[in-house]
Write a protein that binds this ligand. Structure first.
Ligand SMILES: Cc1cc2nc3c(=O)[nH]c(=O)nc-3n(C[C@H](O)[C@H](O)[C@H](O)COP(=O)(O)OP(=O)(O)OC[C@H]3O[C@@H](n4cnc5c(N)ncnc54)[C@H](O)[C@@H]3O)c2cc1C
Ligand code: SF4
Length: 485
C-alpha cells in the first residue's frame, strides 16, 4: 500500500495546463506532467483498497466499471510512491502495451470507480500512468520486443488503429511474422486521423510505430484491401487475417438539404485538418470566418469545437438532443459506474473563453438544411422536451418551436453505425444486427478470418480497442496451434 495517510495529506493535483486562450494559438498538446515529487505524492493518495474497483474492467448497464485493461493500478501507484519507477513501468507493461496513448486520451473510467471518488476527488490514475511511461521512455527502458525465434506462421492485420497495433504487437512477440495493411497514408487509425494533436501529438504514435518496426512488424501504408481479389490474395498468402478495420460508417442526417455544400461529416473535417497540419505544418481553414454548427454531443463533437476554434470560426454552436446532464450522479448512475454527469471538456472550455458563451444548445433537433445556389446558409431546428412513455423517457417536439439558425458549416457528429459494407462482400463474412463483424471468440464466420476492435464491438474507446487487439492475438495463437482444451 502507498502512504496510509496520503489521501488525507494531499489534495488531487492535475496536469499543468496552458490557459485556453493561449493554447488555441497552436495544435500542440497543452497538458504537462508535474515534477516527480508531486507525482509521488499523488500516487500516495491510493489506498490499495481491499477490493480495488479501479481495476475491475467490466461493463455494467452499458457503462464501464474500472479499467478495461485491468491495469494493476494500486501496485504501480505503490511503486511510484516508493520511487520504484522501473518496477512501476514493468507492472504497467504487463497489461497495457501502449500506456502513452491511454495516458493521454483515455476517459479514465478507472478514476470514476476509485474509492476516493465516493466522497472526494479520485486518485490521478491516468496521469500516474502517463508519468510512468514517459519516464520509462526518457530512461530508455522501453525497448524492442523482437521474438527470439519465429514460429513459421504469418498473420496479416488489416487496419492500423489501436486494435490492429495491439494485435500486431502481441503476435509479433509470440513469434509470428506480422504484416499490417493500412489504406491511409499514415499508421494509427483514429489515433492519427480522428483524435486531434492537442490530445495526442502524432510524434507519440510514430515513436511507438518505430519501435514496432524495429521489433519486426512490417507496415504497408496506402494498401487498401478493398476488393475480393485483394482479400483472397492475403488469405492465400497468410495463415490468418485479422480485420481491425474500425467502425467508420458515420451516421448521416438524411433530411432536406443534406446535399448542400457546407454539410459534412465531423471525422472528415478532423481528418482534413490533421492531414493538412502534418503535410504543411499549418492546420486547415474549412471553419475559418464561418458560423459553425456541430450536431452531436460526444468526444468527436468536442474535438470539432476545438479545431474550429483554432481555425478561426466566426461562431460555434453545438446542438444536443438530450437535456443538460445533472451536476452530480443520479440514483440510477451510482458509484462505481462511470459517472454520467455534466462536464466541460477541453474544446468547450476553449470556445467559452474565446467566444464568451457556451456553444451548447440542449434539446434541439435539426429538421432541414437551408441554402441558396447549392450553398448552406443555415438550419431549421425545433425544441424537444422529454416525456415518459410506457415508463421510458422519450424526446418529443415542442409545437411551433421551429427556428432558423444561421450556419455556413455544419459538422455531423452523431455517431457511427458499424463497419463499412464492403468488408462483408470482400471477405465473404457475416455482420451482426449492429453491423459489426459477427464472431465467436474473435473468429469470424469464415475460417482463418478474425476480427477485433471497433470492427467487432462497434465504436468504442482506445482502451477497449487495445484490450480487444491483445485478446484477439491470443485467440489467433490458440487457433493456429490448436491449443484449445
Ligand atoms: C473523432 C474521434 C475522437 C475520439 N476520441 C477518443 C478519445 O479521446 N479517447 C478514446 O478512448 N477514444 C476516442 N475515440 C474512439 C477511438 O478512437 C476508437 O474507438 C478506436 O480508435 C478504435 O480502434 P480500432 O483500431 O478498432 O479502429 P480505428 O482506429 O478506426 O482504425 C481502423 C483502421 O483500419 C483502416 N482500414 C479500414 N478498412 C481498411 C481496408 N479495407 N484496408 C486497409 N485498411 C483499412 C482504417 O484506415 C483505419 O486506419 C474517438 C473517435 C473519434 C471518431
Ligand atoms: S487505461 Fe484508462 S481506464 Fe485504464 S488505468 Fe489508464 S486511464 Fe484508467
Amino acid at each position: 500500500m502507498a502512504n496510509p495517510r496520503g489521501f488525507l495529506d494531499f489534495k488531487r493535483v492535475d496536469l499543468k495546463k496552458i490557459a485556453p486562450l493561449e493554447r488555441i494559438k497552436s495544435y500542440k498538446e497543452f497538458a504537462f506532467l508535474n515534477d516527480k515529487k508531486t507525482q509521488q505524492e499523488q500516487a500516495s493518495r491510493c489506498m490499495d483498497c481491499g477490493v480495488a474497483f479501479c481495476q475491475t474492467g467490466v461493463l455494467e448497464q452499458g457503462r464501464d466499471i474500472g479499467c478495461p485493461l485491468k491495469n494493476l493500478i494500486p501496485e504501480w501507484n505503490d511503486n511510484i510512491y516508493k520511487s520504484e519507477w522501473q518496477q512501476a513501468y514493468e507492472r504497467l507493461s504487463l497489461t497495457n502495451p501502449f500506456p502513452e496513448f491511454t495516458g493521454r486520451v483515455c476517459p479514465a473510467p478507472c478514476e470514476d470507480s476509485c474509492v476516493c471518488a465516493i466522497n472526494t476527488q479520485s486518485v490521478t490514475i491516468k496521469n500516474n500512468e502517463l508519468a510512468i511511461i514517459e519516464n520509462a521512455f526518457e530512461q530508455k527502458w522501453v525497448r524492442t520486443n523482437t521474438p527470439k525465434t519465429y514460429n513459421g506462421k504469418k498473420v496479416a492485420i488489416v487496419g492500423s488503429g489501436p486494435a490492429g497495433l495491439a494485435c500486431a504487437n502481441e503476435l509479433n512477440s509470440l513469434g509470428y511474422k506480422v504484416v499490417v495493411f493500412e489504406r491511409s497514408d499514415r499508421i494509427g487509425g483514429l489515433l492519427m486521423y480522428g483524435i486531434p494533436d492537442m490530445k495526442l501529438e502524432k510524434k507519440v504514435i510514430e515513436r511507438r510505430v518505430k519501435l514496432m518496426k524495429q521489433s519486426g512488424v512490417e507496415f504497408r501504408v496506402k494498401e487498401n484491401i478493398d476488393s475480393k481479389a485483394k482479400a483472397n490474395k492475403i488469405l492465400k498468402e497468410f495463415d490468418a487475417v485479422v480485420l481491425a478495420t474500425g467502425a467508420s460508417k458515420a451516421i448521416d442526417l438524411d433530411i432536406e438539404g443534406r446535399g448542400l455544400q457546407g454539410v459534412m461529416f465531423a471525422v472528415d473535417f478532423l481528418t482534413q485538418n490533421t492531414k493538412t497540419l502534418l503535410d504543411t505544418g499549418k492546420g486547415g481553414t474549412l471553419a475559418q470566418d464561418k458560423d459553425v454548427l456541430i450536431i452531436g454531443s460526444g468526444d468527436t463533437s468536442v474535438d470539432c469545437v476545438a479545431v474550429a476554434t483554432r481555425q478561426g470560426a466566426k461562431s460555434i454552436t453545438r446542438f444536443e438532443r438530450s437535456p443538460k446532464k445533472p451536476l452530480k450522479r443520479v440514483s440510477d448512475n451510482p458509484w462505481p459506474l462511470k459517472a454520467d454527469i455534466f462536464t466541460t471538456d477541453y474544446g468547450l472550455e476553449e470556445a467559452i473563453a474565446k467566444y464568451n458563451q457556451d456553444p451548447r444548445k440542449y434539446q434541439k433537433m435539426t429538421k432541414k438544411f437551408i441554402g441558396k445556389n447549392g450553398k448552406l446558409e443555415g438550419v431549421l431546428a425545433v425544441d424537444l422536451k422529454q416525456v415518459k412513455e410506457n415508463g421510458r423517457l422519450v424526446n418529443i417536439e415542442i409545437p411551433n418551436s421551429e427556428k432558423f439558425y444561421k450556419a455556413d458549416l455544419v459538422l455531423l457528429a452523431i455517431g457511427f453505425s458499424g463497419c463499412e459494407n464492403e468488408i462483408k462482400e470482400n471477405f465473404a463474412i457475416e455482420l451482426n444486427s449492429k453491423n459489426n463483424i459477427k464472431e465467436r471468440n474473435f473468429q469470424s464466420s469464415r475460417e482463418k478470418v478474425f476480427a477485433c476492435g471497433d470492427a467487432r464491438i462497434g465504436q468504442s474507446l482506445v482502451v477497449w480497442a487495445i484490450k480487444d487487439g491483445v485478446e484477439c492475438a491470443l485467440e489467433v495463437h490458440r487457433s493456429l496451434f490448436n491449443l484449445y482444451s
